[in-house]
Write a protein that binds this ligand. Structure first.
Ligand code: PRP
Length: 212
């Protein structure tokens, strides 16, 4: 039986993904409290690697990982050449344009300053709407940008809305629904299809039990 390598994002989504794998009986030894980045499930021939959220797609696209868990936000932003195999009921949130109350989002003769971790998505979205923008790429604490006058609006993920609220910002327009997906390297899917489908099949069974 060939090995399958699974890329798991660190953080909240990662914890939930690991729970999901454990519930189908694999990756039992994964311990996110240790500093280890590779966990081998020798019994099931699965190797789990723990990565930064935004790197999962890179590892899967390059075939170092056969499959991985990634948010639709990252999949859209990276425009990677991978397969999206299965929608998970995890990592649910939305991507929205937010700013200080009353901020105009679309105005023909204005160049809107947009702060975001998602420059490609923002460029495409505003481009389609014919709104000129100046992109300000940030890596975190995006909500700060309009407060200190670095940008007019932000494009960011909203889950509970607490971060916006705590900073006196509000949603000006919702853009996309976001959730996590199981993604696959294209060549892996060709040569390891049976095993990949088996894993996804088991995940689907568990999901049916949980949500039906
Ligand atoms: C994400 C996102 C928002 C926040 C939204 O940030 O960028 O800031 O979560 O969640 P909420 O609507 O439930 O408040 P993250 O926690 O990943 O940190 P970051 O600022 O470093 O991106």
């Amino acid at each position: 039986m060939s090995n399958i390598t699974v890329a798991i994002p660190k953080g909240r989504l990662g914890e939930q993904s690991i729970e999901l794998f454990k519930s189908i009986g694999v990756g039992k030894k994964i311990n996110t409290k240790s500093r280890k980045l590779i966990f081998k499930d020798e019994k099931n021939n699965i190797i789990f690697i723990l990565l930064k959220n935004s790197d999962v797609i890179t590892y899967v696209e390059n075939g170092v990982a056969d499959i991985g868990i990634a948010g639709r936000d990252m999949i859209m932003e990276k425009e990677a050449d991978i397969y999206q195999l299965h929608n998970l009921n995890l990592g649910k949130c939305k991507m929205s344009i937010a700013g200080i109350k009353g901020q105009e989002v679309f105005k023909k003769d204005m160049i809107l300053r947009v702060a975001t971790k998602f420059p490609k998505i923002s460029k495409n979205y505003f481009g389609k709407k014919g709104q000129k923008i100046k992109l300000i790429k940030l890596n975190g604490s995006i909500e700060l940008a309009p407060l200190v006058g670095l940008s007019d609006v932000i494009v960011d993920l909203v889950e509970t809305g607490n971060t916006l609220k705590a900073n006196g910002l509000e949603i000006l327009e919702d853009m996309y629904k976001i959730n996590a997906q199981i993604i696959s390297n294209k060549i892996s899917y060709k040569f390891k299809r049976k095993r990949i489908k088996e894993i996804i099949g088991k995940i689907k069974e568990i999901e049916e039990e949980k949500y039906d």
